[in-house]
Design a protein around this ligand. Structure first.
Ligand code: GUN
Ligand code: FE
Length: 421
């Protein structure tokens, strides 16, 4: 009984993408880390449990998950966004990432990055770090200090970047193995993820060894796919024997053998769309803010969803200019409306769908996360608008206000696995 508690308020979440589950003034009963059930009236067997009542002006929602973010780009956010991908990488990103050869720089920047994740209610994320393990370990320590959960990847590159960001294949693999060992020793909340930056920065040999490592260690994979038209052409010229960009990863066992995040995935051929729709482990991650900033394009989200593909959402900070997943949820809807205007056959993404992607779909990468169904981890945000003027709003209207025009100031409490963090 001691580990049981009940959280009271207006509860909103999505079980399926097409509608919200809304329980006004109800109780979520939690046993240690996990949800037992939601009740309108507390059943007799729970009448003695501790109740935390958040009141009529709060809503309780699943906390956010970001499936694609670059920690070292936190300072770079908003800079150089008048460029396209390859120029942006060359002129800004690689220069900023090289700074992490100095662990003291990481010690200054990573606490700020992790604080920002916490503040925005992104309690779990899939993070690209850099090639530098000493700095990568600082990131892990900071995430642990703030009690956040994450997959963190040591980035792999052995070609097409400045010399100070390149490692030989052998060194890149050795350092990846060392990173896996270090991060596996830090407990359950932080886990390693195999991270080839993207095909242009990796030789076939490096991709092959990373694929083998992911299978041997049963580790998920994250990388970029088909973000920019020039990039797609570049990959064709670098890997002429592969059928398409997705096939480059597939042939190197980096596509669907383990859970796989493919950020952007905008310019997929029909064949690649069919391929993704057959892979339960593959998540195509939409990063709308980044894609508009770098003039990359817009993912056809609803087309992919209707094909049964797992579509996740990410900020892609620093090409994305905000850490807020509320912004990503609303941007995804706004950009899908623009696609719809130019192609009426492609339907608009609904609010419940976009919310579902940022919570239950993104959460499925971590396990039973992102929903308030029985046996899910209780990961939640308490959102409060103290202005008495808003007392007439329904719980769903409160959620809409928060997503479209709220800020992290409205997040008054954060729960990860049943604990206030
Ligand atoms: N492709 C390869 N590296 C990157 C990166 O750092 N950001 C984005 N948006 N795309 C990439
Ligand atoms: Fe990215």
């Amino acid at each position: 009984m001691a580990k049981l508690k009940a959280i009271k308020g207006h509860i909103i979440y999505t079980k399926v993408k097409d509608c919200f589950e809304i329980h006004e003034n109800s109780y979520i009963v939690i046993d240690d880390k996990k949800i037992v059930g939601i009740y309108n009236e507390l059943p007799d067997i729970y009448k003695d449990v501790a109740i935390i009542d958040y009141g009529y002006n709060s809503i309780i929602i699943p906390s956010f998950i970001d499936l694609h973010i670059h920690a070292p780009q936190y300072l770079q956010m908003g800079i150089g966004l008048d460029l396209e991908l390859i120029e942006w990488l060359d002129q800004y990103t690689f220069k900023y990432e090289a700074l992490f050869s100095d662990v003291n720089y990481a010690k200054k920047l990573y606490p700020r990055f992790v604080d920002a994740l916490y503040r925005e209610g992104t309690l779990r994320s899939c993070i690209f770090a850099t090639i530098h393990n000493e700095s990568n370990n600082v990131l892990i320590d900071e995430l642990k200090k703030k009690k956040l959960s994450a997959y963190v990847g040591k980035v792999n590159m052995n070609q097409n970047a400045p010399d100070d960001l390149l490692q030989s294949t052998e060194c890149s693999i050795e350092e990846t193995k060392r990173f896996i060992e270090d991060s596996n020793n830090t407990g359950d909340s932080i886990k390693p993820i195999i991270t080839p930056r993207f095909a242009p920065c990796c030789t076939s040999e490096l991709l092959e060894e990373l694929g083998e490592l992911s299978i041997e260690k049963q580790l998920p994979v994250q990388t970029h796919l088909s973000e920019n038209k020039k990039e797609v052409e570049w990959v064709k010229s670098l890997f002429p024997n592969n059928k398409n960009y997705s096939d480059v990863y597939k042939r190197h066992q980096l596509y669907g053998n383990q859970k796989t995040i493919l950020a952007h995935s905008i310019y997929l051929t029909n064949e690649e769309v069919e391929m993704a729709s057959k892979e339960k482990n593959v998540y195509l991650v939409h990063c709308p803010s980044s894609n508009s900033n770098l003039s990359s394009g817009i993912m056809p989200v609803t087309y992919y969803l209707d094909k049964g593909i797992n579509v996740g959402l990410g900020t892609d900070v620093g090409a994305g200019n905000k850490l807020s997943m509320a912004d990503v949820i609303t941007n995804a809807i706004q950009y899908s409306k623009i696609r719809h205007v130019y192609n009426e056959e492609e339907r608009v993404l609904s609010l419940s769908e976009s919310f579902f992607l940022a919570t239950k779909m993104n959460g499925s990468f971590f396990g039973k996360v992102g929903s308030f169904e029985k046996d899910y981890y209780f990961d939640a945000l308490i959102i409060r608008d103290p202005d008495p003027l808003t007392s007439c709003l329904s719980p769903l209207e409160r959620l809409q206000r928060f997503l479209y025009c709220g800020s992290s100031n409205s997040i008054v409490e954060r729960y990860l696995e049943g604990e206030i963090i």
